[in-house]
Write a protein that binds this ligand. Structure first.
Ligand code: ARG
Length: 471
């Protein structure tokens, strides 16, 4: 920052693109708080795509000349190549990516560059760029969810008949199969894909041509720019077009739900991989050691995927709070939409890839899971069901009898299957030796053949259906 200059020479110190009415440049802190180039350079491809579409429309509508349009398009190619090659020097004085592209274009092609911003504002420009960026992010996340689902389905088939304890309240409840448990996550992640697809459908309208807020007096063709950029249609209201960010909020909502699903799976991987559970092992590829405890093998990637949900949900909260109470139309507050969204998308992409890696990497300890599946009288419901089905007992009474047998087994310090027939008949004389066939965990899971149930036959069927839906 230099001191005052004489009046005639102050104009160059003001912003070269919008500084016509300014006598001097901004304070250092103004420049610092105002600049978004530090993060919005990530929009350069979308920004240049938007400019190409706008330029082609301007020439088609005879708003600019063929010669200017040709120069602009050629110049934009060069600017894009320079940024891609890391050759563009980003300067906070030029605020954001939109002004960087335009000012470099001017250096390359001269005055014709100034015609590109006809019938356009940075307000509709940034709304368009950001929609395009979020749309790309949705497509990338959808691909990653697809990979995760494929991994879950493969592993569910591997473990369709591996018995493990199913929990409620994290207390052993009933035996289930590991394949069934993995496919439960498959259901969640396929609904997540649906949420992103819904969000994509709604966001796919083009704000370009809304200009600053009111539309424009030039004879523009909004259908043309919308379709050139792959949008379904132009947005219907210019005020809404420049001030709406609900597409980003929806994206972050869908991302938050996915992140929550990932964190639940991550939490289970952490639990299962502990010595106390010992249900699964992760290989060297997905664990880390401790610098002090030589025996350790820590599931750090799962822990971090669990934690990243915090960032994603934080981004949603942050943008909700930014948008809350903003009057129409554009306010600079909205520049704060990007960093959080970029960060959430990064965090989600990383978590998805790491979780997919872990699902493919893990090995289940079938023996350990099966023996844990029997701990805690988990076949007590099977016992009650046997009493209902074989002795025509009303379920409530069967529940009571099975409860008494659990109590007896608890007193004797053994499992239900270790009670003698005489023990059983002491509680309910009509019980026969056949009851022992339902007390094993294998039989228990095999019997749960209702649609959506945990029986291995059902799990294989469900995996097949999920695979069909995926392709
Ligand atoms: N960098 C700005 C943003 O991200 C671009 C729009 C600026 N518009 C304006 N009227 N200053 O929101």
């Amino acid at each position: 920052m230099t001191g005052k200059k004489d009046k005639a020479k102050t104009i160059p110190a003001a912003n070269a693109l919008w500084g016509g009415r300014f006598g001097a440049g901004p304070a250092e802190i103004m420049e610092k708080i105002n600049a978004s180039i530090g993060f919005d350079h990530r929009l350069y491809r979308q920004d240049i795509a938007g400019s190409r579409a706008h330029c082609r429309m301007l020439v088609a509508q005879r708003i600019i000349s063929e010669a200017d349009s040709a120069a602009i398009l050629q110049g934009l190619d060069q600017v894009e190549a320079e940024i891609a090659a890391g050759k563009m020097v980003f300067d906070p004085k030029l605020e954001d990516i939109h002004m960087h592209v335009e000012s470099r274009l001017k250096e390359i092609i001269g005055e014709a560059a100034g015609r590109l911003h006809t019938a356009r504002s940075r307000n509709d420009q940034v709304a368009t760029d950001f929609r395009l960026w979020v749309r790309d992010a949705i497509d990338a996340i959808d691909g990653a969810l697809h990979e995760l689902l494929a991994a879950l389905i493969d592993r569910a088939e591997d473990y369709a008949d591996a018995v493990m304890p199913g929990f409620t309240h994290l207390q052993a409840a009933q035996p289930v199969t590991f394949g069934h448990h993995l496919l439960a996550y498959g259901e969640m992640f396929s609904r997540d894909r649906g949420r992103f697809a819904d969000c994509r459908r709604r966001l796919n309208e083009c704000p370009l041509g809304a200009a600053a807020l009111a539309g424009t007096s030039y004879p523009i063709d909004r259908e043309m720019t919308a379709s050139a950029l792959g949008f379904d249609r132009p947005t219907a209201n210019s005020l809404d077009a420049v001030s709406d960010r609900d597409f980003a909020l929806e994206f972050l909502s869908a991302a938050s739900i996915t992140a929550v699903h990932l964190s639940r799976l991550a939490e289970e991987i952490v639990l299962w991989a502990s010595a106390q559970f010992g249900f699964i092992a992760l290989s060297d590829a997905f664990t880390t050691g401790s610098s002090i405890m030589p025996q350790k093998r820590n599931p750090d990637a799962a822990e971090l995927a669990r934690a990243k949900a915090g960032r994603v949900i934080g981004a949603l909260n942050s943008l909700l709070i930014v948008m809350k109470g903003l009057p129409l139309a554009y306010s600079k507050d909205m520049q704060e939409d990007k960093e959080a969204t970029f960060d959430a998308a990064n965090a989600l992409a990383l978590s998805l890839a790491a979780m997919t890696g872990m699902v493919r990497d893990l090995t289940a300890n079938r023996q350990r899971m099966a023996s844990a599946a029997g701990v805690g009288f988990t076949t007590a419901t099977d016992l009650a069901d046997w009493l209902v089905q074989r002795l025509s007992m009303p379920f409530r009474r069967a529940h009571h009898v099975a409860g008494s047998l659990v109590k007896l087994a608890e007193e004797k310090g053994c499992g239900l299957e270790a009670l003698t027939l005489a023990d059983m008949q002491g509680v309910e004389p009509a019980i026969t030796a056949e009851v022992f066939t339902v007390l094993g965990v294998e039989n228990s899971v095999k019997s749960r053949t209702s649609f959506g149930g945990t029986a291995p036959t059902r799990v294989r069927e469900a995996a097949r259906r999920a695979r069909e839906r995926l392709s």
